[in-house]
Design a protein around this ligand. Sequence first.
Ligand code: BES
Ligand code: ZN
Length: 614
Amino acid sequence: MAPIDPHSFTDSTHPLTIHISLSFYFDFSTSTIAASALLTLRHPHSGDLVIDTRSLTITSVIDPITNTQLSFHLSPNVDPIKGQPLTVSLTNSSKILITFITSPSSSALQWLTPPQTFNKKYPFVYTQCQAIHARSIFPCQDTPTSRVRYNAKLNIPHQLSAVMSARHVERRAPLAGGDSGYACDESLWCAEGRVVEEFVMEQPIPPYLFAFSVGEIGCREVGPRTKVFAEAVPAVLDAAAKEFAGTEDMIRVGEKLFGEYDWERFDLLVLPPSFPYGGMENPRMVFLTPTVIKGDASGAQVVAHELAHSWTGNLITNKTNDHFWLNEGFTTYAERRIVEAVQGEDIAALNIGIGWKGLVDTMERFKDNMEFTKLLTNQEGVDPDDVYSEVPYEKGFQFLWRIERQIGRAAFDEFLKKYIAAFKFQSIDTQMFLDFLKASIPGIENDIDLKTWTEGTGLPPDAMEPVSNIYTKIVSLAHEFKQGRMPSEDEVASWHGQEWELYLENLPKSVEASQVTALDRRYRLSESKDYEVKVAFLQLAIGSRCSEYYNVVEKTLKEVGRMKYLRPLYTSLVQGSAGKEEEKIFAQRVFAEARETYHPIAQGVVESILSKHL
Ligand code: BES
Ligand code: ZN
């Protein structure tokens, strides 16, 4: 008996689930789902089987073959990270039918009331399961070591529609006689005004890639395998269709570099502003924040990243979150190769430079807790949402870039293709990657210190800042700002969001308040439509105690729930002790007022930032 994942109760001696059949009855009036899950194990099992759950009420556990009740125990002890183990006792059986009800506070789900939507007419709900939230929607062995196929029936009000990261089978009337799969009473399932949307996922996925959204959803076609979905607002759909028009070109680049696209569809779903991430690589349908729609096609970078996950992350998956860099480091590398191919080397270098600066800053931030500056981490007793950082992305990128420099691009490209083909639809760990690397490129361990890269803290000496004219120019302009020189109109004439982002991030954390206002008076950064720019500027304003921008900070914290913006803004308000009382009170008030509009994951993350500093 041994756990196979620090974030799951799954035991090494228990068979893993290979298929799940789900029935969901959505009750928007209580923000709950009455549901059933039929789990099929790889082989029959006798004795206890432990399954992950969080904030689920279990109503029954049945052996569907004999139709008898199985005895089960839901631990009353709630592990703050892992949730509550559900133990079911089996006798030579491979199928378990569990009926349950989710809770309004299920951490994967955000329920929006009609006033919280754009059209203000209908409610909306969506999921975010990574890292360990799938267990708050259905009982499962919530570890990426496991891969499941599934089908799902979503019973919803007929005014709404449902989308999933799975193949849509049909939208139809509910049927009497077993259609509900015991999710709820048949009278509810078949009530007037309800419809059923059916989906099937034929490619096996780790549970964190399970995703759906229900609401008043519309779509536009943007390519042969891509539609963009969003709340049915013509202006939003049109803007999204325009922003993502180049998607098919990127898929083709991806296929050329990494091998065939194995997921058939690559649809995009633009969520309401509270979506906690920039993008989430749910297979067949990527979920995106609306903040990527900037009207200048720069949202393509986030799409390139989530697309790249189709190979690195979704085809080859990290075995546990300790190996998260295998997902995000490879994907950051792959994303930049796609960006380079479609937008050119300069833009790619700019992205590498923004990443480099972020990485150097992150190393500084973690200097008292170097554990999480490693690629291979030990997350025993650690909530992955709490230690989320740029390290797995940018240090992972740096490691792969280092290998590319060593063996040359052509050889590295060949290696990547081979790696993906060898491990697709598998979950792997760092050692498996290293073994494959050493076998494919004999002697690599003599040229690169693989152990330092994967197990060491901080930045290895052979990490590298990018070299490019535009990158170097922007960084030196930022240094000149310290001497009081602002860039001229000419110098910034060709700058877009990313140039400004790089510039702002290379300024000192704190400058004279008068310099902040002068910069903004000239370049209107606090009014930027590009949140990357706006938030980088607001961070500088907070660091410089320039309180005239606090109203913009408040407005920003109340209109978006993307954690990439919430984290630095709340952190710069509350960190450091000397004389920051006003900012701390301000942060607490804004959070109290905005809390309800954030996704539960973002609520948790902001709470943990505030509690660390207050
Ligand atoms: N898979 C991540 C998002 C994620 C990570 C969710 C960990 C939950 C836990 C996604 O692919 C991602 O990295 N998104 C970035 C996009 C960026 C790097 C282009 C984001 O949200 O900012
Ligand atoms: Zn990613």
